[in-house]
Design a protein around this ligand. Structure first.
Ligand SMILES: C[S@@+](CC[C@H](N)C(=O)[O-])C[C@H]1O[C@@H](n2cnc3c(N)ncnc32)[C@H](O)[C@@H]1O
Length: 262
């Protein structure tokens, strides 16, 4: 069983950019089994044979391995905190700002950052990057079109102000969309843009193993400007890896950290 599992993940790594060996093994196996059950396949070897026979299966599998669920203003109290503290500080600095939503799924998070910037009169000064390993979600994010289910944490006032209702759904307004650039980037590799004032990476680290978490946090440290901010998910903690000492907590409740400077 162990050999057949490793044969399978080596095959997935050869066919895709998804580095299975950087993810926690138990959840990875669980998600593979979901797909195997749906296909009526008994074990990893049978699934490997199926992947070899059906080249389109790899795309379906990637959809399952990269969990793309997101919402606008997910954990609204975190966005409220940012607007009351970090964005107030940014306004005082009077400089241009770079914000990065790392693992941005279909774009809900970077657009929420852009709307927050607009609410704080910072929109014209921000450049926001939304990046994800899944090219399909990057393409979807660029369209900026959403269904009502994306707005469960968003006040109606915000939806009315920043979206236009169309027959297909809710389209993000052009002035917000113009500030957000979407890129296909694996967090385990170096980002290809300049230094950031703030990095938001939520509900991604939880899927990675310790070694990969360390690599990602080291990347974030290098990618942040002096005293830049890192926000991780409510289900995630900066513990158990040596890179913890690179950051100090700003809000333990909101999982907001600041880069400790050398
Ligand atoms: C659960 S979603 C989180 C979306 C958003 N950050 C939020 O909290 O609502 C996780 C996203 O991380 C992306 N992801 C997973 N591994 C990644 C990696 N190595 N590099 C970049 N994105 C990754 C997935 O494709 C998925 O879109």
């Amino acid at each position: 069983m162990e050999n057949s599992f490793y044969n399978l993940i080596h095959h997935i790594e050869a066919k895709t950019a998804f580095k299975c060996q950087s993810y926690k093994e138990k959840p990875l196996k669980r998600r593979l089994r979901v797909r195997m059950r749906a296909l009526g396949l008994a074990d990893f070897s049978a699934y490997l044979e199926h992947l070899k026979r059906d080249p389109q299966e790899v795309d379906r599998l990637l959809d399952i391995l990269t969990i793309n669920l997101s919402f606008f203003f997910r954990n609204p109290e975190t966005f409220a905190f940012l607007q009351q503290h970090q964005f107030v500080e940014f306004r005082k600095k009077n400089e241009s700002l770079v914000l990065w939503s790392a693992g941005c799924a279909n774009g809900e998070e970077p657009y929420s950052l852009a709307i927050s910037a607009a609410e704080c009169s910072l929109l014209n000064r921000v450049t926001i990057y939304g990046t994800d390993i899944d090219q399909g979600t990057v393409n979807q994010a660029q369209k900026g079109m959403y269904s009502a289910s994306s707005f469960q944490y968003t006040p109606d006032r915000v939806v009315q102000k920043y979206f236009t209702k169309t027959k297909e759904g809710y389209r993000i307004n052009d002035d917000i969309r113009a500030r957000v650039h979407f890129l296909h980037i694996d967090l385990l590799e170096k980002a290809s843009f300049g230094l950031c004032d703030l990095i938001m990476c939520r509900n991604v680290l939880i899927y990675l193993n310790r070694r990969a978490q360390s690599a990602v946090i080291r990347n974030f440290y290098k990618q942040l400007k002096t005293s830049g901010y890192l926000i991780i998910g409510k289900v995630e903690l900066l513990i158990g890896i040596p890179e913890v000492k690179l950051f100090e907590a700003v809000s333990r409740a909101e999982h907001i950290y600041r880069k400790v400077n050398e």
